[in-house]
Design a protein around this ligand. Sequence first.
Ligand code: ZN
Ligand code: ZN
Length: 304
Amino acid sequence: MSQRTITDGSAGGRIAEIPHLRPVQAGVFAERAERLQQLARSGAWQPYLRWAAALSAAQHTALRGAPALPRPSEDVLAHCFEHAMPPLSPEGHPRNSLWRTMLYDMLRAVDTAALPPAANSSVEALLHSEDARLEAAADALLAGAFTEVDAAQAPFVAAALQVYWAKLALQIGGPVGVPIATRLCPLCGSHPVASVVRIDGAAYGLRYLVCSLCATEWHMVRVKCSACASTKGISYLGIDGGGDAVKAECCDECHTYLKIFYLEKETSAVPAADDLATLALDMLVDEEGYHRVGPNLLFVPGAA
Ligand SMILES: [Zn+2]
Ligand SMILES: [Zn+2]
């Protein structure tokens, strides 16, 4: 893993060698699936969380069996990191058709007993869909045009794209050169799904943003808007009686928010999974007039 010296204001201004990037791990989707199953046993939203757990487990199967993908050359990677350009951005990266192989692997692996009838219909429809339709759906989702995609099919297509980009990110690993702190994923340029304050080793007390697409994590100081980088007008909203493990970090400069999970308060939290179990917080913050910074691609608006 690459490291650089960063002054992290959130840790009392200390200067330390901290990991700037936390590369995606091979077990990322298994970890999410396990956490979603755990959350589905205890809280609200049980059928939805079971569905999301089944989808994440299928993502893990697809990632485990994924073939090696063509990846940018070392020269291209070095150039991108030197100029703080994400080498795997969906706009610039020529998406290989192998992503559809990953989609089919995922659809065949998913535990259909955990899916509602409508979702089972979507699995069948996608398995028999024309390539051009799938490519158009992928283009739309990657461009954030969620309403252009069939709402019941969108999470499956998005989940396959996550597998594809996670595979690419895994192949690249921890780059030698790292960009300066950025609002977007240093690898793929996507928005974060959430942020998390970690408690392990050199990352203790540091905040990381979690990529909504490739699952790479990158460091950003705390009390700073992840959309406009403002450090003024930041407030934290939570659900009454909902504990301190998750808050919505709200910015009054640009009126956006991103959830922040505190592992010190809930050690088993997995940001992309716990995000789906705390949709009530999204509703609350939405009513306050803040817009979410980045999507959770398993919760495509209108699909649940
Ligand atoms: Zn990314
Ligand atoms: Zn802002």
